[in-house]
Design a protein around this ligand. Structure first.
Ligand SMILES: [Zn+2]
Ligand SMILES: [Zn+2]
Length: 235
């Protein structure tokens, strides 16, 4: 009851408007959420953007560990950016229903990639999780496991805190600067051969690649990423 009252007060102080039709009420109203379908972006190498395959291209494979990336929402779309932003930066969990629905809509297109993969996530630091109350990548990994009927395991821990990657310009990315920020989770007994690493957004890819490196150094053969959206290479 107390939580409901708090929510009422917050709603009164900070009214929400639908990102699409601008109606007051929710960030993405039920009408708009059920009518809006994410148009996928062309598949491309996650690092250089060369089109044709979601697999990391031969050239980029020399410097990166991630084998490929599945992204199902266009990050350039203001609705997508808005909904993810409310979730990630404002910690507003009311948008989760919409975000989960978007994966369900893409289910048929995304499925083939996930056979024989164990689903895990790129963890945020435990202090950041305490502050925010949840780890958005972990929430996403639970949806992915549920929707695609794949096993979910906590494989990684974040041992060092870093600045959010979205705020670091692509050019400033230094290869190897994120080495050692992840470790294999102490409770892991045996690592799977194939891992699907979930995270909310892929920008430079440095964080996800550091996580992929940690898994591969420990013996994982293939690591693919799964994100809600991929930031553009021009940004
Ligand atoms: Zn609306
Ligand atoms: Zn490439």
């Amino acid at each position: 009851m107390g939580g409901g009252f708090c929510k009422m007060v917050i709603d009164a102080l900070f009214p929400r408007f639908c990102l699409s039709c601008k109606r007051e009420g929710q960030i993405f109203c039920l009408d708009c959420a059920s009518n809006w379908i994410a148009r996928p972006e062309p598949v491309a190498c996650p690092f250089c953007g060369i089109r044709g395959s979601a697999r990391t291209c031969l050239r980029c494979r020399k410097e990166n560990y991630l084998d490929g990336l599945v992204s199902y929402l266009p990050y350039g779309n203001p609705i997508v950016r808005g909904v993810i932003g409310y979730w990630k930066y404002d910690g507003d969990r009311s948008v989760e229903r919409t975000l989960k629905q978007w994966i369900e809509q893409s289910r048929g297109r995304l499925r083939p990639v996930f056979e024989e993969f164990v689903v895990t996530h790129v963890p945020i630091h435990s202090s950041r999780k305490r502050l925010r109350g949840f780890d958005q990548a972990e929430v996403l990994s639970n949806w992915v496991g549920e929707i695609f009927d794949a096993p979910i395991e906590m494989l990684l821990v974040r041992s060092r805190k870093t600045k959010p990657q979205a705020k670091t310009h692509h050019d400033k990315r230094r290869v190897g600067s994120l080495d050692g920020i992840f470790e294999i989770h102490p409770q892991v007994i045996e690592l799977p051969a194939r891992v699907l690493l979930c995270d909310d957004v892929f920008t430079s890819g440095a964080t996800m690649d550091a996580a992929a490196k940690c898994l591969k150094d420990a013996g994982v053969e293939e690591v693919w990423g799964f994100v809600m959206a991929k930031g553009s290479h021009e940004a």
